[in-house]
Design a protein around this ligand. Structure first.
Ligand code: BGC
Length: 870
């Protein structure tokens, strides 16, 4: 077997390689060679010619072959130059480019009722060439709405909710489907299921809006057959399309789906089916819509796995209640045996409140699916065009007894490659980490969202801004985020304003420039670049990054202080009242100015990377000016921070805003005092929480970070864990200790933002971090403490596998560091000199106190540090 086990294009690990946009995609691969001499790449084109080339690097290797014209492709193999075996071949094929000939066809040019049915569309055609002559058969497809394909009754793709959600007026993604094995000699039929999805129907909160992107629902679909002689035969289906309402009588992403199995036309996507009573669609030309039609950059949404219920209960009212043991995004798959016309209802909720499903937090997302039985034995069904955030379900009107195997939960999200793991001797921390992983999975449903369950599920900029580094340490989310950033840039206003969420939906939320949210325009691309070392994302986003920073600069009126206008500030500070989550005790303009410094600095670094030297100078000066303004306005000469809160101090420490080490140290001492005074409970919101542990370490007290991390009383990271949480909650007390749901109107049990602490678990608890760009140099600086006897983290980095593990015995700490091929690392263990190491595994043992001598975590609550020591 080859030691090269994964190959990907650009930064799109896990994404499709057939139907790509680039004529010369860069190539990366994962390999097991500690010291490879060089790599050989071979590309066998569809016409049988083979090109070969060498590459010294396995990361973002330049495409060394002739560029790909639309539809061109072949099989790419790679091997280490001295190794006999080649990797498995990877099919690489260019998409359609601009060679679209088909038009949009629509079954429903205008929306009528509020809850819409899904439609079936079919088009039959005679194969224009003998089947045996066909080398490749492709459907290039997209939709205004969401679609699923069938060809002669066969489903050629497992994508869900395609084409996904983009800023539809600017960008619409198309998928390339291989339909070769579904085609037959003679008559063939293409079938499409089509529903509203994000494009049409109900979307947004506070009542939301309807049909925001358009009233039409349509598909754009081009069938092309390439014969062995290389000729392309396009099948013109425009006059062949017919449509009919499907058995999905009503469907909305928030509302749920109703399927009347009695009315499903069996065999509808086969040529033999009689569709004489089906209607002809309306045709829209491509020019009627403004969006660029392009391939996806990330992997699709798929059904990833299924969960069996861990508990089934028959309730007194006859319903069956199921607990899947995990809060997920997805749907139920049911196998009932009911009488014809029996109506089964599926209700979903994240939590139970007392004896009932806790559905209030879903607000306007009813999340009820309905199945009407056909009545001919065991039937199997799952909704296609809706998705829910749930752990519990109640099934109403189930025929007979419900057995555990009759229902399963289908976990559905973007199919990203997992890249990061953490484990320790502390079960609570492990559960916390698992909760972060699940909140990420559940909220990456095509784009990074705030929550998967209520009438929201938007691409909130602030949430991914704080979570991006964590996301990238857990999953290869690059492709997804690269695409989303293109939408962000597309939605940016001419003056640089970044909408609060992307894609933007006008549903009444104040749309003003907002620190920590709009700053996603700079921080997310920078996080991607830092993680994989690919400057292309910076190049592409540069105008967007620059426009945002320039806008904020304008808003400061040249003063460097951003102290006007709407701000969300340290959103969800636990001190803020439930109904007013923005009312933090941290000065919102302090936060805004600190972020201005941060993003102006990052922009200056970006300009350097891109060789834009005069810009680099401009943003360095802008950042320096804003830093001085921040210091003059918010810092005392000795280092007290005005707005004397943990978030203010943490921001100033972690964003490096103090003029000198002495004032930073003084502020650090005050931070320790405040955190101790809070009894080591969380007093920070969206802005402070992701950085508070780093701030405590910077203040010189890692044990205080452990005290906070391992706290179980409210508010704390582990309180939800003690309450049985399986995902990260939006509020520390989304569920109150008495088991009732927080009265706030905005109470989700699945928000990843506050889970950004997982990054600290990897970097500082286990001690595995990149130092600089692209994981070429690593920093192993674990902070054993908290009574933990071991901790470990692993990251499948762009440079290869990196890992850290420590264990403690009575008087020593043993640390194992794994450095990927071609990389180097610095190991810094407590009380020991630093070591520089190269690729491979290295083991160190140093004297260190036993775990039971770590400062008692619970005992710290009452002890405020002695200020005289600072
Ligand atoms: C979302 C958040 C978001 C916030 C900002 C909420 O409704 O769920 O996560 O960042 O609004 O206003």
């Amino acid at each position: 077997m080859s030691a090269i086990d994964e190959i990907w294009l650009e930064n799109r690990r896990g994404a499709q390689t057939v139907g790509i946009a680039e004529a010369a995609p860069r190539v990366s691969w994962r390999h097991g060679y500690a010291d490879p001499s060089a790599f050989e790449m071979a590309f066998e084109r569809y016409d049988g010619t083979v090109e070969t080339s060498q590459s010294a690097s396995a990361t973002l290797a330049r495409w060394p072959f002739a560029p790909l014209a639309p539809r061109d492709g072949g099989w790419l193999r790679i091997r280490e130059a001295t190794a006999p075996e080649w990797s498995e071949p990877l099919q690489v094929e260019a998409g359609l480019g601009s060679e679209w000939a088909a038009n949009f066809v629509s079954p429903s040019a205008k929306a009528d009722a509020r809850l819409r049915p899904a439609y079936l569309m079919r088009a039959s055609f005679e194969l224009p060439v003998p089947a045996g002559e066909i080398a490749r058969a492709r459907i290039y497809a997209t939709a205004h709405g969401v679609y699923e394909l069938e060809v002669n009754g066969v489903t050629p793709s497992d994508d869900r909710l395609a084409p996904g959600w983009t800023s539809y007026r600017h960008r619409l993604r198309y998928q390339t489907h291989d339909i070769g094995s579904a085609l037959r000699e003679g008559a063939n039929t293409i079938g499409v299921w089509l529903a509203d999805g994000w494009y049409r129907g109900h979307i947004g909160f506070d009542g939301g809006v309807w049909d925001f992107f358009g009233e039409d629902l349509s598909i754009l679909l081009q069938v092309e057959l390439t014969t062995r002689d290389g000729a392309v035969h396009r099948v013109d289906l425009e006059d062949a399309w017919r449509w009919h309402r499907s058995a999905i009588t009503e469907v909305g992403l928030y509302e749920g789906e109703t399927f009347d199995a009695r009315s499903h036309p069996e065999g509808w996507s086969s040529p033999e089916f009689d569709s004489t009573d089906w209607a002809s669609p309306t045709v829209f030309t491509r020019e009627q819509f403004s969006a660029v039609i392009e391939p996806p950059t990330g992997p699709p949404v798929r059904a990833i796995t299924t969960l069996a219920p861990v508990d089934v209960e028959h309730l007194p009212d006859g319903r069956w209640r199921l607990d899947f043991g995990q809060n997920i995004s997805g749907v139920l798959r049911i196998r009932p045996r009911g009488a014809a016309g029996q109506v089964i209802r599926l209700h979903h909720a994240e939590v139970l409140e007392g004896e009932a499903l806790g559905t209030r937090p879903l607000r306007g997302a009813f999340s009820v699916d309905t199945y009407v039985c056909r009545g001919d034995g065991i039937e199997e069904w799952e909704p296609r065009f809706t998705i829910h955030g749930f752990r519990y379900a109640e099934i109403e009107n189930w025929p007979g007894r419900l057995d555990r195997g009759d229902v399963e939960a289908v976990v559905t999200h973007t199919d990203m490659v997992r890249t990061g793991w953490f484990a320790s001797s502390h079960p609570g921390l492990n559960q916390l980490h698992s909760n972060v992983v699940w909140s990420m999975r559940d909220n990456f449903v095509d784009l990074p969202t705030d929550c998967p369950q209520r009438d929201e599920r938007m691409g909130w900029t602030g949430d991914i801004q704080v979570f991006a580094p964590t996301a990238l340490s857990l999953y290869a989310a690059h492709g997804t985020l690269t695409g989303w950033l293109q939408d962000l840039a597309a939605e940016q206003w001419p003056d640089g304003h970044v909408p609060q969420f992307v894609p933007w939906v006008e549903c009444g939320f104040p749309n003003f420039p907002t620190a920590a949210w709009g700053d996603a325009a700079v921080i997310v691309p920078w996080s991607l670049y830092e993680h994989d070392g690919d400057a292309r994302v910076l190049e592409r986003q540069y105008p967007s990054m620059r426009a945002w920073v320039e806008l904020v600069h304008t808003l400061t009126g040249g003063s460097g202080l951003w102290n006007t206008g709407f701000q969300l500030g340290d959103w969800l500070d636990p001190a803020a009242p439930p109904e007013s989550p923005g009312d933090s005790h941290t000065d919102r303009y302090l936060v805004a100015t600190a972020y201005h410094v941060k993003t102006a600095r990052l922009l200056a670094r970006t300009a350097h990377v891109l060789g834009k030297n005069s810009d680099a100078l401009r943003y360095e000066q802008m950042a320096a000016h804003a830093t001085s303004a921040f210091q003059a306005e918010y810092l005392s000469a000795s280092g007290r921070v005005v707005s004397d809160t943990p978030t203010s101090i943490a921001v100033a420490l972690v964003f490096d805003l103090f003029p000198d080490a002495a004032s930073a140290q003084h502020a650090g001492a005050r931070l320790l005092e405040l955190v101790a005074a809070s009894g080591y409970r969380i007093t920070t919101g969206f802005v402070g929480t992701p950085i508070i542990c780093d701030a405590l370490v910077a203040a010189g007290d890692p044990d205080a970070a452990y005290a906070l991390l391992l706290q179980e009383d409210l508010p704390s990271w582990l309180y939800p864990v003690t309450m049985g949480a399986t995902t990260i909650w939006e509020r520390w007390d989304s569920m109150l200790p008495d088991g009732t749901i927080n009265p706030g109107d905005m109470t989700s049990f699945n928000h990843y933002a506050l889970g950004a602490v997982a990054d600290f678990l990897h970097r500082r608890v286990a001690g595995l971090a990149a130092d600089g760009v692209g994981w070429k140099h690593l920093r192993f600086a674990p902070l054993p403490g908290g009574g933990l006897t071991y901790a470990e983290a692993r990251h499948d980095s762009p440079a290869g596998v990196a890992a850290a593990r420590w264990t403690r015995s009575d008087d020593s700490l043993t640390f194992t560091a794994t450095v990927p091929p071609g990389a180097t690392g610095t190991v810094q263990l407590p009380g020991a000199p630093a070591h520089e190491i190269g690729p491979g595994e290295h083991r160190f043992t140093v004297a260190f106190r036993p775990a039971h001598e770590d400062p008692p975590v619970s005992g710290r609550q009452l002890v405020a540090p002695d200020r005289s020591k600072s």
